[in-house]
Write a protein that binds this ligand. Structure first.
Ligand code: HEM
Length: 194
């Protein structure tokens, strides 16, 4: 997988517990303490899994809490650094519908065709009336990350909605499937558009 999650996780760890926490977690995974994850390269899924497990263990938090911290930080950064993606999507629904395309934009830079198709094939979204039905299938099984990010996308747009996981690989299903229902704007509209 592309190094973005690993990179973001390491920046987050440094923010939460300084260089020593970042280095300890890399060492727990048997990785060099000066490891860097480029966001235009492909890395082994197993390294990412090891980082997630070690980070949650060292910080003494569960995976849900870790992804909550991650999603808060990641979306704030992405909103500042990649504003076009948000400007192109006037609503949370538009943004979530575009998310697999955003991933493919990053995947397109990978040299290896197999790695590119893996990025492309992880997400498939269909529109069911106003609902979005998201099928996510990946060796990493990061459906808790999906939920944390989708919740924060709703919040960023000042909208509310329901995110229901109808199928989950952790429960033996062949893929994770989310149904997202949008209730529209709450009181605050956090994303400004021209
Ligand atoms: C500007 C916003 C975003 C950018 C730039 C971005 C970029 C990326 C990239 C480059 C990856 C690694 C992809 C791979 O190697 O397959 C990734 C992974 C992931 N992203 Fe995003 N993403 C964004 C928003 C979102 C949102 C809003 C969600 C969910 C609602 C999401 C869910 C995920 C998940 C679940 C993974 C892990 C995929 C796996 O299993 O490998 N992303 N993201």
């Amino acid at each position: 997988m592309i190094g973005l999650i690993q990179h973001t996780l390491l920046v987050l760890l440094e923010r939460e517990g300084g260089t020593s926490l970042r280095e300890r977690i890399l060492a727990d995974c048997g990785l060099p303490v000066d490891s860097r994850f480029a966001i235009h390269k492909d890395f082994a899924d197993i390294e990412c899994s090891a980082l997630i497990t070690a980070a949650a263990a060292r910080m003494d938090i569960d995976e849900e809490t870790l992804w909550g911290l991650y999603a808060d930080y990641f979306l704030e950064e992405a909103h500042q650094l990649l504003p076009r993606f948000f400007e192109m999507a006037p609503t949370a629904r538009d943004f979530l519908l575009r998310q697999p395309t955003i991933h493919c934009t990053f995947g397109a830079g990978l040299r290896d065709a197999e790695a590119r198709s893996q990025v492309r094939d992880k997400f498939h979204i269909t529109e069911d009336g106003d609902d979005l039905v998201v099928r996510y299938r990946s060796n990493l099984q990061l459906c808790k990350l999906y939920r944390a990010l989708a919740e924060r996308v709703l919040a960023l747009y000042g909208e509310t909605g329901e995110i229901q996981e109808e199928m989950c690989r952790h429960h033996g299903h062949e893929a994770c499937v989310f149904r997202i229902r949008f209730h529209g704007h709450g009181c605050d509209i956090a994303v400004a558009h021209d």
